[in-house]
Write a protein that binds this ligand. Structure first.
Ligand SMILES: NC(=O)c1ccc[n+]([C@@H]2O[C@H](COP(=O)([O-])OP(=O)(O)OC[C@H]3O[C@@H](n4cnc5c(N)ncnc54)[C@H](OP(=O)(O)O)[C@@H]3O)[C@@H](O)[C@H]2O)c1
Length: 313
């Protein structure tokens, strides 16, 4: 086990965050129809009031609108907020210089001099992990980001990024990956173990499996839009899992399904960043932290979901 570095220790102290993909995204999340700036602002305020201080956005979310909204909110709060954003590796971005240039744009939109975490959104088809990390080194040297992370990196890319940064004495702070009770790929492909071994914080995205784990969707009532077809197979297998999650929640003084699903990730050593469209969802999700499932419950949840994605999309 590599010891967690001093620079990245703050990330390991955070139990839960708030995802900001919903802030301005119309295609997947129906921004403007299911939620507006007012509801987003309320979800931000409630999260902060409940101790959630880590916000994850990206230059691509709402084509920059998510970062702009965050900037507006930050101006109006006295609370300390930790900001994470991401570089999107469009295939025409082929040299390391694109990375500090993109970060400059993000900093302008967010209205800060530096972010706490700058992440590469996906591996690039045209830039090697080494070149991308050289770009990240520039960002750190120029004081534009406190720490460096990656996202959607498998083990091989992760090691290449980690090694490149290490040559400059910079730790790889995090790897943001899809991880939920309904998608446990990172446990099976070695990514979670490797992150723990190297002191890299694993940030879990889509921790509620885009709303499925809240219990409000079923085969009869599928999620709207693209999510409906994405999850048609998984929805068939959902009822027994949701029953178990609900029963476990009741045992813990009426914790909701979302709270159980988020707590399971915290118990696994991950940092979940659920998205929320309004204050009610944000409040519910914040309650996923601050308590612990028992060992026995974790085993039951593991057993119930171990093979759920086999033959599912
Ligand atoms: N790095 C990457 O490639 C990547 C990819 C995906 C996401 N992310 C990040 O991870 C964050 C979270 O992932 P995600 O947004 O994909 O999915 P998620 O957090 O699993 O699900 C969010 C959605 O679930 C529903 N929901 C959330 N809390 C709820 C509650 N308490 N009760 C009822 N419904 C609730 C809402 O949609 P409805 O009300 O419409 O159901 C919400 O938009 C994103 O915001 C983003 O920051 C990163």
């Amino acid at each position: 086990m590599t010891e967690v570095s001093n620079e990245t220790r703050f990330l390991h102290a955070i139990e839960i965050g708030l995802g900001a993909w919903q802030w301005g995204d119309r295609l997947v999340w129906g921004y403007g129809q299911t939620h507006t700036d007012k509801e987003i602002r309320e979800s931000f305020d409630v999260s902060l009031s409940l101790g959630v201080r880590f916000i994850d956005t990206a230059e691509i979310y709402g084509s920059g609108y998510s970062e702009r909204l965050l900037g507006e909110f930050l101006k109006e709060t006295e609370q300390p907020v930790l900001v994470a954003t991401k570089f999107f590796p469009w295939p025409w971005k082929i040299t390391k210089g694109f990375i500090p240039r993109a970060l400059k744009g993000s900093l302008e939109r967010i209205g800060v001099e530096a972010v706490d975490l700058y992440q590469i959104h996906w591996p690039s088809v045209t830039m090697s992990p080494e070149t991308m990390m050289e770009g990240m080194v520039e960002c750190v040297k120029r004081g534009m980001t406190r720490t460096v992370g990656v996202s959607n990196f498998g083990e091989k890319h992760l090691i290449r990024a980690y090694t490149t940064l290490a040559r400059h004495g910079i730790p790889l702070a995090s790897n943001q990956v899809h991880y939920s009770l309904l998608n446990r790929e990172v446990e099976k492909n070695g990514t979670l173990a490797r992150c723990k071994e190297l002191g890299i914080r694993l940030i879990a995205y889509s921790p509620l499996e885009k709303g499925l784990l809240t219990g409000k969707y079923s085969l009869e009532n599928p999620p709207p839009g693209v999510r409906g077809s994405q999850y048609s197979d998984l929805l068939k297998k959902l009822p027994p899992v949701m029953k178990l999650i609900t029963d476990i929640g009741l045992e813990h003084g009426n914790k909701t399904a979302a709270q159980v699903a988020l707590n399971w990730l915290i118990c696994k050593g991950a940092l979940p960043i659920p998205g929320a469209k309004n204050s009610k969802q944000a409040e519910n999700n914040a309650g996923g932290a601050g308590w612990r499932l028992t060992e026995e419950e974790l085993i039951k949840l593991d057993e119930a979901t171990d093979r759920i994605r086999e033959h599912s999309k």
